[in-house]
Write a protein that binds this ligand. Structure first.
Ligand code: OSB
Ligand code: MG
Length: 367
């Protein structure tokens, strides 16, 4: 597949409701949409870097020049066979996984469109719909959190994740468990704690949580091993697992019992698949994380989550949880059984609402 030209779209999209985590509050979500032209086809990808370096050191501000000056020149005018060929060509660039993954997604979209196969088919997905949940941001009080979660539960979400941070953790989780004794519940700290906090978090162990996500530093796998040893609840790693190699470290160190897979953080869908396979070989369940994606990234997440070892519900909510108007014509809806259908058209299976795309564009770069 000869890569003829690539267009980068830097977007800012207003969120329906602000999203707050331990690292900050977002009212608009920024990202980079990657449009790749090849042999009469157009492939689309989403780089999930945001405005702030809160989740990752990468931002839209680092992704745009890294894509333009380093990543794209390695593939422009070249014949790219597949995602692994793309990864080989990235060998000389350290890090910048979110940027690389945005391009790799567009390559998968092109491959699927050329071969008339959906990403689910290309990945060997085994489900037509995947179980999903909702990730609820930090709220002003436990009462407000219960109110917000109640709305989502009434909308049909059967699994709820709440964000926690120091001062807004145990009492918030207890309030939700009391209000919803049977709901599938999990918490995500986004690296807000250290081992010194482990004892104060111990009451979380009594709340029948599915998992505790990324309590400690993002570059620390070893302390997560110590944390896991103190808790019965499974620890799940997000930020710490930046490659299939890191997944192996975490498995060997017994630093977690579950892995959150995000293709962006891992450097591409191919790396997400490899991480999935490695976890599966080691009997460790995975689930698909989210980055408040547009319809492009959401389609990609659903295809990935159709693979067999995605055993726990994903952070892939319906489009109306994020945006009033998305940049794809397709909108993803929540089924009555708390699932979302996996796209089945060639490639990502979505079409772009060019008018919406233009309306959200802050900058456009043609390479
Ligand atoms: O840690 O999972 C996270 C959003 C932005 C950055 C990090 C995370 C999240 C979410 C949102 O939890 C999940 C979603 O897309 O709904
Ligand atoms: Mg997380």
């Amino acid at each position: 597949m000869k890569i003829e030209s690539i267009i980068l779209h830097h977007l800012s999209m207003p969120l329906i409701a602000p999203f707050e985590t331990s690292f900050g509050r977002e009212t608009d979500r920024q990202c980079v949409i990657v449009e790749v032209h090849s042999e009469g086809l157009v492939g689309w990808g989403e780089c999930v870097a945001s405005y702030n370096p809160g989740y990752s050191y990468e931002t839209v501000g680092t992704a745009m020049p890294t894509l333009r000056d380093f990543i794209i020149p390695l593939i422009l005018g070249k014949d790219i066979k597949d995602a692994l060929d793309f990864q080989d060509r990235m060998e000389s660039i350290r890090g910048h996984h979110l940027a690389k993954a945005g391009v790799e997604m567009a390559i998968w979209d092109l491959i699927g469109k050329r071969e008339g196969k959906s990403l689910k088919q290309l990945f060997g997905g085994v489900r037509d719909k995947v179980e999903v949940g909702v990730s609820v941001g930090i709220q002003a009080s436990p009462e407000k959190l219960v109110e917000t979660v109640t709305d989502f539960v009434n909308n049909g979400y059967a699994r709820v994740k709440i964000k926690i941070k120091p001062g807004k953790d145990v009492t918030y989780a207890q309030a939700i468990r009391k209000a919803f004794p049977n709901i599938r519940l999990q918490v995500d700290a986004n690296s807000a704690y250290s081992m010194d906090d482990a004892d104060s978090l111990k009451p979380l162990d009594d709340l029948n949580l599915l998992l505790i996500e990324q309590p400690l530093f993002e570059d620390d796998i070893w302390d997560h091993h110590k944390f896991q040893a103190k808790f019965n609840t499974p620890v799940c790693l997000d930020e710490s697992i930046v490659s299939p190699r890191h997944a192996r470290y975490a498995i060997e160190m017994k630093a977690c019992k579950i892995i959150n897979i995000k293709a962006g953080r891992l450097g591409g869908l191919s790396q997400g698949i490899q991480t999935h396979d490695l976890a599966q070989q080691n009997g460790m369940p995975v689930w698909c994380g989210g980055m408040l994606e547009t319809g492009i990234g959401r389609a990609s997440n659903l295809a990935l989550a159709s693979m067999p070892n995605f055993i726990l519900p994903g952070d892939v909510s319906a489009s109306d949880r994020y945006y009033t108007r998305d940049i794809t014509h397709e909108r993803f809806v929540l089924n009555a059984d708390s699932t979302i259908d996996v796209p089945n058209k060639p490639g990502l299976g979505v079409t772009i609402d060019e008018e919406a795309l233009t309306s959200y564009t802050l900058a456009k770069v043609v390479v």
